[in-house]
Design a protein around this ligand. Structure first.
Ligand code: SF4
Ligand code: SF4
Length: 105
């Protein structure tokens, strides 16, 4: 009868980058010029943080424009993607702060 191999228990710790405490995360402020918006939704679709959504309001041209989602007020990382993809130049993003990364396990 073959010898049974011992059971090996490996405790795997989550791997955290060594310099995480020195890593700062950018925070952005998004300004939406509602009257320029054509309601295409590109800014909503391409935001990597899911910050934007279509509002219930309609501008003078008859388009629904985006707003910041409730609970996502501090989620913008100032990547500028929404600003870049907006065909109407209706969005401006400004980096307002850099703060340490919060790790939530
Ligand atoms: S700047 Fe980036 S993270 Fe912030 S709302 Fe625009 S796409 Fe989203
Ligand atoms: S990308 Fe520009 S035009 Fe399209 S919904 Fe967003 S703000 Fe409006």
């Amino acid at each position: 009868m073959p010898e049974r191999s011992p059971v090996v228990v490996v405790l795997v710790k989550r791997r955290i980058p060594l310099n995480l405490s020195q890593t700062l995360r950018p925070f952005g402020e998004v300004s939406i010029e509602a009257e320029l918006c054509k309601g295409c939704g590109f800014c909503i679709e391409f935001c990597p943080m899911g910050v934007l959504e279509l509002s219930d309001s309609i501008n003078k041209q008859g388009y629904q424009y985006p707003r910041i989602k409730q609970g996502k007020e501090n989620s913008c990382v100032a990547c500028g993607m929404c600003e870049r993809v907006c065909p109407e130049f209706a969005i401006q993003v400004r980096e307002v702060a850099k703060k340490p990364v919060e790790v939530v396990w």
